[in-house]
Write a protein that binds this ligand. Sequence first.
Ligand code: ATP
Ligand code: MG
Length: 410
Amino acid sequence: MRQSQLFTKTRREAPADEVSKNAQLLVRAGFVHKEMAGVYSYLPLGKKVLEKIERIVREEMDAIGGQEIRMATLHPSEPWKQTGAWDSVDVVFKLMSRTEKEYTIGQSEEEIVTPIARDYLVSYKDLPVALYQIGQKYRDELRAKSGIMRGREFTMKDMYSFHETQEDFDRFYALAKESYLKVYSRLGLVAKATEASGGAFTKKLSYEFMVLTEAGEDDILYCNHCSYCVNAEISDQKETDACTRCGKGSLARAKASEVGNIFDLGMKYSKDFSFTYKDREGKDQYPIMGCFGIGISRLMGVIVEAFGDEKGLVWPASIAPFSFHLVSLGKPGDEISKTADALYNDLVKAGAEVLYDDRDLRAGEKFAESDLLGIPKRIVVGKDAVATGVFEVVSRASGAVEKMLREKLF
Ligand code: ATP
Ligand code: MG
């Protein structure tokens, strides 16, 4: 895409009311637009990043047999009253229609997915099944000061699985845990599978996936020797205590952000919705359910926090809005511009994702803006490139400069 056509512009100053680094940089770079605390619109560059994160999550969910659906966002209040969440879950938004009928909007979708599953899963032969969706969630969060990391509207991947036996649930749970770790590693993040409380419906532990960051709202204790990690909220251990798991390391405390979690729901929702299937003996049984969330937009914020520097955003290649930022230092119609135009056309033909800064601006201004946008590789077209056919390629993450012949760029 030609930058002269891109409708967003960058800003030098962060908005005064943004305290988080992720929102400051994303707003300055024109990736998102703030509507109110905790609610952002995603502009062309931001939408591209979000979609790339979604694609990675989708690929990994499909790989473990997840089937993608799109559930309704506007919900009747009845199923929420049936499970008790209408009164017990504090973040549920409650809407009233003009005929005084009550509704809510999705903050999680057990209340919708369980009746859907009940309509189709009638025999043990229909199990197991995992249904997932990627979409917007709405929560009446009290504090929304972490930019896109804690939204009142945000994007989540939520998956729900249905099983005949506890063994089958455990098998899928282990598979999902591995697939989550793959998602985070494809995003360039190291996430720790952290033991956490199972919540209201099970005495068992659940796993939260935590990325260490000062911008996080959780405190974790982790072993400096093995993979043991626990949410400080449920642990009676302290920092520097010996690790009880491996006996070798000691525990360190850190701030972290929860980028996903996986839960055993047991039969809570199957029972609430009288959802049974016929087992091998023809008897009615409640399926065991699991739920598996990933915070897609929170991940985007965590990535900004983890990699962004004093010059701006730094995107990992797997989710960058473009792979190359082609920066022309030419004036309209000169040799430099012609060389840059031709290179742009050839890169696009070769299938590369390129943002082409074809605007007539000073080099310093272009480079500062390029740093702010955070595209992984910057190709500079100046006098030297025209004379020698050798292009300077700058890595945004490391600052390393490579000189490359034109044909090596493809
Ligand atoms: P938290 O403790 O951070 O509020 P949660 O336990 O309420 O998270 P879930 O309901 O399990 O989270 O949602 C699944 C995932 O969605 C979380 O792991 C997190 O990554 C993400 N998420 C939850 N709430 C928000 C929010 N308000 N804004 C952005 N992402 C969120
Ligand atoms: Mg929450």
